[in-house]
Design a protein around this ligand. Structure first.
Ligand code: OAD
Length: 228
């Protein structure tokens, strides 16, 4: 039987596709105040700004392609039961060919109703003006998990990590909880690899591959297949 392999990804896996990370020196949080564009309170204060911010991110995503790291993770499905738990709101894992993806922080290509996140709708890379209505008559908002909000898929993600034989943590600074805490749901026998060009402060259990995502995944794929 194939082993269970879980990938926990963050913004760094999409960096080589041209999407900015959040906390690197040229990251998104250098130019925007996270409270203004990524918190539920920011939405209450200035929903027009938030709508515009996610319109820009969505348009940018439409011009972006998955890179080899996304593709190699998809290829691993030939050898392992792969679950991707991603903090990313882009769809590059899907477009790279992965089939089993948990989007912890929501999805850029989707919108929902302001009323309890109902009426989820796939709008692709479309932009729209604040004031657009969802099917229930309430204002449309991005289908994103903002700071201050519940993480509805956390339980499903934790279950996947608990069942993992191999966990690959890639492109995340592990600054944001509860996502960062998922690592600690791994069984003692689970082998944990971490791929990042910079050192990441985390548990000593990880085997650190200090490389960018594409090169790191190439190296790790070879290693995992050699051990099959
Ligand atoms: P961060 O920006 O905090 O961390 C990105 C990580 O990617 C850093 O550790 C970088 O060193 C690494 N990195 C940069 N380039 C890379 C490359 N080419 N290959 C591999 N790694 C690279 O992003 P996240 O950890 O994803 O949430 O941030 C977590 C959450 O914070 C996001 O989901 C978002 C943000 O606020 C919300 O907005 C709710």
């Amino acid at each position: 039987m194939n082993k269970n392999l879980v990938v926990l990804s963050g913004a760094g896996i999409s960096a080589e596709s041209g999407i900015k990370t959040f906390r690197d020196s040229d990251g998104l949080w250098e130019n925007y105040n996270v409270e203004d564009v990524a918190s539920i309170d920011g939405w209450y204060r200035n929903p027009e700004l938030m709508t515009q911010f996610y319109n820009e991110r969505r348009s940018e995503l439409g011009r972006t392609q998955p890179n080899d790291a996304h593709k190699i993770i998809a290829e691993l499905e030939q050898y392992f039961n792969v679950t991707v738990v991603t903090q990313n709101v882009d769809n590059l894992h899907e477009r790279g060919g992965s089939h089993n993806i948990i989007h912890l922080h929501g999805e850029l290509t989707k919108v929902c109703s302001e009323n309890g996140k109902k009426c989820v709708e796939d709008i692709g890379y479309e932009t729209y003006d604040y004031g657009r209505k969802s099917a229930d008559g309430h204002i449309t908002r991005p289908f994103i998990v903002w700071f201050g909000e519940d993480v509805p898929l956390l339980g499903k993600a934790a279950e996947a990590v608990e069942q993992a034989d191999i966990l690959i943590v890639i492109g995340t600074s592990l600054n944001v909880y509860p996502a960062a805490g998922l690592l600690f749901s791994a069984r003692p026998s689970c082998k944990i690899y971490l791929i990042d060009p910079k050192e990441v402060n985390t548990t000593s259990r990880v085997e650190f591959i200090q490389k960018k995502a594409t090169e790191g995944m190439r190296i790790l794929k070879e290693k995992l297949l050699a051990e099959l």
